[in-house]
Design a protein around this ligand. Structure first.
Ligand SMILES: [Zn+2]
Length: 195
């Protein structure tokens, strides 16, 4: 039994505006009473400190049962972050240059080590080193940055800004759409999973 999370990811935020956009949405969430203003020990991201549910958190979710889990907060990610649905690996990737599909998992959903080889280190290089995370395509042999690859089932998003809610009931469509609106109409994607 892991901890359930939902991440609303801004697909258009840049390195320059992620911080300001994140603060703007957080201010709104605090003003609406959806999350608490102070940061407490309630998330599994970063330093473990996030924003606990506020008195009106039920406005954001489909089925507002009281949230009484320990990990029940909001964590705002800014800066390069690889967002995904769970801790497992993607099952397929698509080269941005030749559109070849690369199988990354076998019929038992087990990662294929040989297929993953060109991708190893690229995630870390992009997220931690500010690099491009160059992957050489096994099909066309051309190099391209990891953030430009496509992923089966939109498995990952390489973003600069994301809002991760831990242990909340399903966020409503209206709520996630409102976040997108407050991000200046940026495209958003929602990821959910367990960790
Ligand atoms: Zn290719």
């Amino acid at each position: 039994m892991g901890d359930y999370f939902q991440s609303v990811v801004d697909l258009d935020a840049t390195e320059r505006d992620a911080q300001e956009l994140g603060a703007r949405v957080l201010d709104w969430l605090i003003a609406e009473g959806i999350v608490a203003a102070e940061r407490t020990d309630c998330v599994l991201d970063g330093d473990g400190y996030g924003h606990a549910p506020g008195p009106h958190f039920a406005k954001a979710v489909e089925d507002p049962e009281p949230v009484d889990l320990w990990t029940n907060g909001l964590y705002v990610h800014t800066g390069r972050t690889v967002f995904g649905s769970d801790s497992a690996d993607a099952t397929g990737a698509v080269c941005p240059l030749c559109r070849a599909g690369i199988r990354l998992a076998d019929e038992q959903w087990e990662p294929i080590a040989e297929a993953w080889r060109p991708f190893r280190g690229a995630f870390h290089d992009w997220a931690e080193n500010g690099g491009d995370g160059i992957v050489q395509c096994p099909s066309c042999a051309r190099p391209s940055g990891i953030a430009t690859w496509g992923w089966e089932d939109d498995y990952y998003a390489f973003g600069q800004l994301g809002f991760t809610f831990w242990g909340w009931a399903e966020l409503t469509f209206e709520f996630t759409r409102e976040i997108g609106r407050r991000l200046g109409g940026h495209r958003t994607a929602v990821f959910s999973g367990k960790m």
